[in-house]
Design a protein around this ligand. Structure first.
Ligand SMILES: O=P(O)(O)O[C@@H]1C[C@H](O)[C@@H](CO)O1
Ligand SMILES: Nc1nc2[nH]cnc2c(=O)[nH]1
Length: 290
């Protein structure tokens, strides 16, 4: 039996949560267990990017989602035999005064339920000239701009129960998962690339000069999420597969009038979300059971 926890109905007192407190983490996990009971267990976590909440529809027994960009729901269930928890929506740092520890807290919560593998997705603007609208990019590595600027979720006094003080992120996006995912893409005949994801602070989109800067340093896609979650996942010892859906092509030329909007991003995600979901399903079918 699957279970849904709707954060929009039972609002926790968010302002009172200290995301750096291990005790608060245990309280949050216990609160979810009160609702979900024994079903609050999972080996694999899935974080759905903007408009990609339909990934949660892979869990049998749920009505289909009709609202692209739908946020605030945690689903426990099974996909391809795996025990899965799916977060339909995420906290973006630009919504929470760049409190990255708070925004990454769901990763620590799902780790409490047993998650040791994370599939994280996002909507992103393509920089790589080979990318087309609707392409999927497996994240090979990232440039975590807020983290580099001192806004890492790991900043502050570390409670060792969260993991190491100094975390190595040399292999954040697991190589064997990427290889498996590329094989699935070949079998499904879909366009999937590997590339470098840049997390910007947002919420404004990037100027053409900023896009050019990131292109120069070898970035392939731009977004406003994911890196803080992956950093925390690595601190917990969770293995990660990351993917971006290219929802727009970032503009490099200020004389070229190309406007980006979140509506366009959601539209692109809804047009291409089913393929992304099939891809994720294919990956889960190939991943060995825990
Ligand atoms: O949650 P993701 O990273 O998919 O959301 C992207 C980045 C911004 O929050 C938003 C911009 O349209 O979409
Ligand atoms: N930062 C950023 N985030 C996005 N999310 C979807 N498209 C974009 C984009 O072009 N830039």
């Amino acid at each position: 039996m699957s279970v849904i926890i709707n954060n929009n109905e039972a609002q926790p007192a968010r302002a009172q949560i200290d995301p750096r407190s291990y005790e608060d983490l245990l309280i949050i996990a216990a609160t979810i267990r009160e609702i979900a009971g024994d079903r609050a267990q999972a080996d694999i976590g899935i974080i759905c990017g903007s408009g990609l909440g339909g990934l949660g529809n892979l869990i049998p027994g749920f009505p289909p989602l009709h609202v692209p960009g739908h946020k605030g729901i945690m689903l426990f269930g099974r996909i391809a035999g795996h025990r899965v928890v799916c977060l339909q929506g995420r906290f973006h740092p630009y919504e929470y005064n760049m409190n990255l520890a708070l925004c990454a807290l769901p990763v620590r919560v799902i780790h409490q339920f047993g998650v040791r593998t994370l599939l994280v997705s996002n909507a992103a603007g393509g920089i790589n000239p080979n990318f087309q609208y609707g392409d999927l990019m497996l994240i090979k590595d990232h440039i975590f701009l807020p983290g580099l600027a001192g806004m890492s979720p790991l900043v502050g006094i570390n409670d060792d129960r969260f993991g190491a003080r100094f975390v190595s992120v040399h292999d954040s996006y697991d190589r064997s998962f990427r290889k498996l995912a590329l094989d699935v893409a070949t079998n499904q005949g879909i366009r999937v690339f590997e590339g470098i994801y840049v997390m910007c602070g947002g919420p404004q989109y990037e100027s053409p000069a900023e896009v050019s800067l990131f292109k120069t340093v070898g970035a392939d896609a731009l977004g406003m999420s994911t890196c803080h979650e992956v950093t925390v996942a690595r601190q917990c010892g969770i293995k990660v597969l990351g993917m971006s859906l290219i929802t727009n092509i970032a503009n490099l030329d200020a004389d070229n009038s190309v406007e980006v909007s979140h509506e366009e991003v959601l539209q692109a995600a809804s047009e291409n979300g089913a393929r992304a979901a099939q891809f994720v399903k294919g990956i889960l079918e190939k991943l060995p059971l825990a």
